[in-house]
Design a protein around this ligand. Structure first.
Ligand code: GTP
Ligand code: SPV
Ligand code: MN
Length: 605
């Protein structure tokens, strides 16, 4: 298919809007496309149908101009390497804005600009920016095409790399356009790679207008507008108005030897283990006993209460945009199997025979070229950028759950919060009730990672792993979370985990990855009222004996730190949590402040 003629993608590809009725139903879309074309001045407009032929032609065009570089067709069939601009390798939180009429609506958790100013600023950048380029119109659906929980959008972009990624990450093309035609409403996303100049780069959100404008970056979270911009920032705003939740969570099904499956949703900050937990391979003993893991989603979860009072979740995405470094046959064999074919690798290194390579791959190969395309030199840094990523269709995952296509979603038994905490925070604890669980999420802290530009390893509050992604004021967001606690609701139990606790030597104390199933088993035991634990002011912790640790060697230091409750440290932590809640002023729900004070008082006395 790589030999497909470059000109197979006609620059004037037929608009699929030729009957009178659909033209009028799609009037808003047609008008907007015309308006954008008048502003950006593309040479051609292409409406994406999502077909294989369209993708083949696009890929051929990108292979011809060097946007995509071929990889070893024997070891990595259908796969390509993309090298981004070296200044464009991660999300840019300082250039990401939520533009609501009132500044308070965006909250101290967001950068804010008045909508009129933001439009003026970014439209000036869009002015004429697509001259000499093709403008692609991408209709997409977030979620199963026939699910009432799904929402559609249209992204306009001048980047064929974005089109190829959106095709893997969303339900893109004709079926999405048909749904937009039926429903009328959609989220508008306008994107241009511009000059890729970090000084001329903005990611702007207009939740009140269901509109996104992104200029100057081709990187995933900044450019694949269906993902963080739509499915989290805009969707979280819509979800609050409509009574549902849009969360930065994986969804995984854990099937026990009796054949019962419990679905767990977990919020960890960027590059803190969601993809890995979503695809975990059970430890040997568990496999022998018949445990199975089903991957529903690895990054985003949309939930709403079902008729039985439980929360039901869908994964709005159709693919994975995962962190490559650290992915190995030992840490995540499922991810490795998933990316053996039809994968776009961004900013990885390559071996002498053109296989993709990254730090931690541990497959006995060595890189010869780094992510910038220079000869690899260990003294000059890693071969793969620390935020190098793979893009791949979810269905290629060996543990992919067919329930990911269920229009009603899956019932959630437990919600898990977690972050990277080198000290204080034990392996796992359970909150007492929903309000306490919301506080546990609101108080989350984690060390920053390479998923966003800026310093790495700095502790910051990242409530519900949504600091970079909540499209409105966190105080209102916590109130929205609290509002689900209603008569008749059968809410999931809420837990907190820390896979990243370090010992005095600086090494991780918990083996992590597949062994995390031991912790999930304890949670399911708690949900069923079967597993034991001890109560502390911060919640219920397992004793070492409450977990199945067959085959795991833990030092005395590891046991003490992973299962211990450190009174003095938590007292200081709760003081800091109190200050954080207070920093939102009177808008912060009193119920959450009361909960913090109750626990602080228990810790003090
Ligand atoms: P985003 O895609 O940025 O939202 O990240 P993510 O939350 O999906 O993180 P991912 O699973 O890709 O993991 C990021 C990094 O953490 C990788 O380098 C992993 O190898 C590492 N990691 C994941 N799980 C564990 C674990 O249980 N223990 C340890 N020590 N490292 C882990
Ligand atoms: C994250 O940073 O949380 C990601 C990658 O999942 S991105 O889509 O770029 O946001
Ligand atoms: Mn993420």
């Amino acid at each position: 298919s790589r030999s497909t003629a470059v000109n197979a993608l006609s620059s004037e590809a037929a608009k699929p809007l030729d009957d009178q009725a659909s033209r009028s139903r799609l009037q808003a879309l047609n008008d907007w496309v015309a308006e954008v074309a008048a502003l950006t001045r593309p040479d051609a407009i292409h409406w994406c149908d999502g077909s294989d032929a369209e993708n083949d032609a696009l890929v051929a065009r990108m292979a011809a101009d060097g946007t995509l570089l071929p990889l070893n067709e024997d070891t990595n069939p259908g796969s390509w390497l993309h090298r981004s601009h070296p200044d464009d390798v991660a999300r840019v939180e300082h250039l990401t804005f939520v533009c609501t009429t009132a500044q308070d609506a965006a909250g101290p958790n967001n950068h804010w600009m008045a909508p009129a100013d933001a439009h003026a600023k970014i439209d000036a950048l869009f002015d004429g920016c697509m001259r000499g380029r093709t403008m692609y119109v991408i209709p997409y659906c977030m979620g199963p095409i026939d699910s009432p929980l799904s929402r559609c959008g249209v992204e306009i972009t001048d980047s064929p790399y974005v089109v190829a990624n959106m095709r893997l990450m969303t339900r893109m093309g004709t079926p999405a356009l048909a749904r937009i035609e039926r429903e009328g409403g959609f989220v508008k996303g306008l994107h241009s790679i511009g000059e890729l100049d970090p000084e001329r780069r903005f990611i702007m959100h207009f939740p009140e207008e269901l509109t996104i404008k992104s200029y100057g970056s081709g990187y995933g979270g900044n450019a694949l507008l269906g993902k963080k911009c739509h499915a989290l920032r805009i969707a979280s705003y819509q979800a609050r108005n409509e009574g549902w939740m849009a969360e930065h969570m994986l969804i995984v099904g854990i099937q026990n030897p009796n054949g019962e499956t419990h679905y767990i949703a977990a919020a960890f900050p960027s590059a803190c283990g969601k993809t890995n937990l979503a695809m975990l391979i059970p430890p040997e003993g568990y496999q022998r006993d018949g445990w199975k893991v089903w991957t529903v989603g690895d990054d985003i979860c949309w939930m709403r209460p079902g008729p039985d009072g439980r929360l039901y979740a869908i994964n709005p995405e159709a693919g994975y945009f995962g962190v490559a470094p650290g992915t190995s046959a030992r840490s995540n064999p499922s991810a490795l199997a998933t990316i053996q074919k039809n994968t776009i690798f961004t900013n990885v290194g390559v071996t002498a025979d053109n296989q993709p390579w990254w730090e931690g791959l541990d497959n006995g190969q060595a890189p010869v070229t780094d992510w910038r395309g220079n000869p690899y030199d260990a003294a000059k840094g890693p071969a793969a950028h620390p935020n190098a990523r793979f893009t791949v269709s979810a269905k290629q995952c060996p543990s992919w759950s067919p329930m990911a296509e269920d229009p009603q979603g899956v019932p959630i038994s437990a919600i898990v919060f977690g972050g990277r905490r080198a000290s204080l925070v034990p392996l796992v604890f359970e909150s007492r009730d929903w309000t306490h669980g919301v506080l546990v999420g609101a108080a989350m802290g984690s060390e920053t990672t390479a998923a966003a530009t800026g310093a790495v390893g700095v502790m910051r509050r990242d409530p519900m792993a949504m600091k970079p992604f909540c499209g409105y004021n966190f105080a209102d967001y916590f109130a929205h979370w609290l509002s689900f606690d209603q008569t008749g609701a059968k809410l999931p139990k809420v837990f907190h985990v820390n896979w990243f606790r370090k010992g005095d030597e600086g090494a991780f104390l918990w083996p992590g990855f597949g062994d995390n199933l031991r912790v999930l088993e304890w949670m399911i035991g708690r949900v069923k009222g079967e597993a034991g634990g001890i109560e502390t002011p911060i919640g219920t912790l397992p004793r070492v004996d409450d977990l199945n640790l067959d085959g795991v060697e833990l030092s005395d230091e590891a046991c003490a730190k992973l299962f211990g409750f450190e009174q003095a440290g938590w007292q200081a932590e709760f003081e800091s949590i109190g200050e954080y809640l207070d920093s939102y002023g009177p808008r912060m729900p009193q119920a959450l402040k009361d909960e913090q004070q109750r626990i602080a008082a228990r810790l003090a006395g």
